[in-house]
Structure formats: structure tokens, C-alpha cells
Design a protein around this ligand. Structure first.
Ligand code: HBI
Ligand code: FE
Length: 361
């Protein structure tokens, strides 16, 4: 609050707190910037609006001060005010939900036990988990034809979370990509390296039900509704090829190159947009869970620019790159992979499922 500077000004203000029996927990006074005739008092107190003492106190203060701001009225999002408030962040809902954490642990353990060539873990999703999936299902944006195939052949529906094993077999048939369970986020290098083998690491747990349309980390909805349809879509078959080339480019790349590749991957496979018959279409899987209300910047798709562009992971994207078409997205990515300075060239042999290395000429 702002008060005229006069002897006893602070005393006057404090008297109202005493009179209305409201407890002050902190007080600070500072001269008002660029105004020598008044003072600002910052007061923290116990109590909430609606409590008659607090309401009467605020009325009295309003009358006896030049200006008063109540932080609660400004609809400022909660923020930690003391280092001990960080306890609330550590206790945030999904970490504090013991049942949810145990579930994640069980799925993480089964992903860790998985070995190449063995059947993928079958998960019995609970009713509550399927409900969360349903919320994301309503946001799906992939082509109707491909979603119909997925529904018919592997039972994708609003009321059922498909099994990774079934999705993997289906994709293998279509574009040669297979899925592999993983306990959580991998490093960019590890994640990209697997793409060289047409292996896509997929989480099996589901986001916390408190925020069905937002997740800062990949979950089963992101993988199966965001990524899998792309690897199943014949229109994207070529693009899948491109994703593998990305993986091949990452093999043995320097840390700096991995950072650049991860950004190009992020702005295409995760958050890419392209034009199709004049309309803006999403093809990035991350867009499923994070179309925000913010007005982002749209830039023309240029992998070399994307490679230098940092991105936020845990909030809405400030920038999107828009390709002229899917073919444009693909060609430029492919070209970008060829510009990396590596002393060798890696090729995948699908028969032996191994990498062949050629010396650069
Ligand atoms: N790890 N499990 C997993 N899933 C991803 O989608 C993923 C990852 N690590 C890094 C990553 N994605 C990308 O955003 C790039 O850094 C390659
Ligand atoms: Fe992803």
C-alpha cells in the first residue's frame, strides 16, 4: 500500500491490523520510487478475504491509504515466497500421488526387464487410465483413414489403450519401425541412435489424471496417438525413412551435432507444422498435448535455423517451423543430415540389422 510520508504513518497503518485483530507475518517499508512524498508498505498477513476481520481491515486501509493493492486480487499465479515454499513444488500432485508413483515404478521395472526379441510387456490399464487416454483421444489430429486402420486392425478406440506389442507389429508391417518399451526420458543421443535401427523407444505409463491435456514428458498417449500414426501412414512412409536417416546421422556424432539434431528433430517430429492445400496441419506428436493459447511465431522450415534455436521443454512453444509441404519438410531434413561433418558414413543393413560404416571420400 502507498501512504503519504508523515511521522506516525506506519503506526497508523499498523493500528488497523491491531484493531481488526489480523496477524502480520512480515512488513517492509520503502520509499515510493520517484516520489519523495510517499512510502510503500508491503505487508504479509494471516487471513483471507471473506473472513470478516480481514474484510473490515481492507475497507479501513482503503480509506486511510493513497493506494492499496491486494496480491490475491491481481490473479497472480501462486509463486514461492520463501525458500521453504519450494516444499510445495516438490510435493506437486503427480509426485505426491503414491498410487500413481507405484504404478509408474511397476511399468518402469517391466520396461527395464525387456530384452530385444522378447514379447513387449502387456499392460492391463485401469479404468481411470483409460479415462485419461479418452481425453487425449478427443484431441487426435491424424488423418481419418489412418485412424480407421488403427481402430480396425489393432482396436484403437476412445475406450481402450492399445497394447504396444500390437502397435509395434502393425508398424513393422507398414514402415519397418518397431516400438520398444522404455522407463522414461532418454538422452537425445540414446534416443536418436535407436532411430537408426528403426526402433522407436516408447513409454508405457500414462500422464497424471489431474492434467489430461498437458504433459511435459512423453507418455503412452503421446507415443500411440502422437507418434505411432505417423509411422503407420503411407503418406509418411518416406518421412519415416527420413527419421531413420536422422538416427543414422546421430551415430558417433559430436555432442554439438547431437544438440543440433535434437533441435531439428524437436521442431519437426515433435512440433512440426506443414501446409496442405493451403491449410496449416500439425504433424508433430508434441502438438497433441500442448496447443497453447499463446500466440506463437511461425517461421519457414529451415533445419539449419531450427538447429540453432533453443526450445522450452516444459511449457508452450514460442516458435513453430512451418514446411511448405510434407515433401518440403522431408527434403530439407534429409539435406540437413548430409551437411553434418562426420568422418564416416553410417548405413543400416536391414537383413543383419546392423550398421555398416563407410569411410568418407
Ligand atoms: N526419450 N523416452 C524418450 N522419448 C522421447 O521422445 C525422447 C527422449 N529423449 C530425447 C527426445 N525425445 C527428443 O526430444 C530429442 O532430444 C531427440
Ligand atoms: Fe515424442
Amino acid at each position: 500500500m502507498e501512504v503519504r510520508d508523515a511521522p506516525g504513518a506506519l503506526y497508523e497503518v499498523l493500528r488497523f491490523f491491531w484493531k481488526h485483530d489480523v496477524n502480520i507475518t512480515r512488513i517492509e517499508s520503502r520509499p515510493t520510487p520517484r516520489d519523495e512524498t510517499s512510502f510503500n508498505f508491503f505487508v504479509d498477513f494471516n487471513g483471507r478475504r471473506g473472513d470478516p476481520n480481514v474484510d473490515q481491515l481492507l475497507v479501513a486501509l482503503k480509506e486511510h491509504t493513497e493506494r492499496i493493492y491486494v496480491l490475491d486480487d491481481m490473479e497472480v499465479p501462486w509463486f514461492p515466497r520463501h525458500v521453504s515454499d519450494l516444499d510445495h513444488i516438490a510435493d506437486s500432485q503427480c509426485f505426491n500421488d503414491e498410487e500413481y508413483r507405484r504404478r509408474r515404478d511397476v511399468l518402469a521395472q517391466s520396461a527395464l526387464r525387456h530384452r530385444h526379441g522378447k514379447a513387449l510387456p502387456h499392460i492391463d490399464y485401469s479404468h481411470a487410465e483409460v479415462e485419461t487416454w479418452g481425453h487425449v483421444w478427443d484431441k487426435r489430429f491424424w488423418d481419418k483413414a489412418i485412424m480407421r486402420d488403427l481402430s480396425k486392425q489393432i482396436g484403437y478406440s476412445r475406450g481402450r489403450i492399445p497394447q504396444q506389442e500390437d502397435v509395434s507389429a502393425f508398424l513393422q508391417d507398414r514402415t519397418g519401425f518397431s516400438l520398444r518399451p522404455v522407463a522414461g526420458l532418454l538422452s537425445s543421443r540414446d534416443f536418436l541412435n535407436a532411430l537408426a535401427f528403426r526402433v522407436f523407444f516408447c513409454t508405457q505409463y500414462i500422464r497424471h489424471h489431474s492434467m489430461p491435456l498437458y504433459t511435459p514428458e512423453p507418455d503412452i498417449c503421446h507415443e500411440l496417438l502422437g507418434h505411432a500414426p505417423m509411422f503407420a501412414d503411407p503418406e509418411f512412409a518416406d518421412f519415416s525413412q527420413c527419421v531413420q536417416e536422422f538416427g543414422l546421422a546421430s551415430l558417433g556424432a559430436s555432442d554439438e551435432e547431437i544438440t543440433r539434431l535434437a533441435r531439428v528433430y524437436w521442431f519437426s517430429v515433435e512440433f512440426g507444422l506443414c501446409r496442405q492445400q493451403g491449410e496449416l496441419k500439425a504433424y508433430g506428436a508434441g502438438l497433441l498435448s500442448s496447443f497453447g493459447e499463446l500466440e506463437p511465431e511461425y517461421l519457414p522450415w529451415e533445419p539449419a535455423v531450427a538447429a540453432k534455436t533453443e526450445f522450452p521443454i516444459t511449457c508452450y512453444q514460442l516458435r513453430y517451423f512451418v514446411a511448405d509441404s510434407l515433401a518440403d519438410a522431408k527434403h530439407k531434413m534429409r539435406y540437413y543430415c548430409q551437411t553434418l561433418a562426420k568422418p564416416f558414413h553410417a548405413r543400416y543393413n536391414p537383413i543383419s540389422q546392423s550398421i555398416w560404416v563407410d569411410r568418407a571420400v
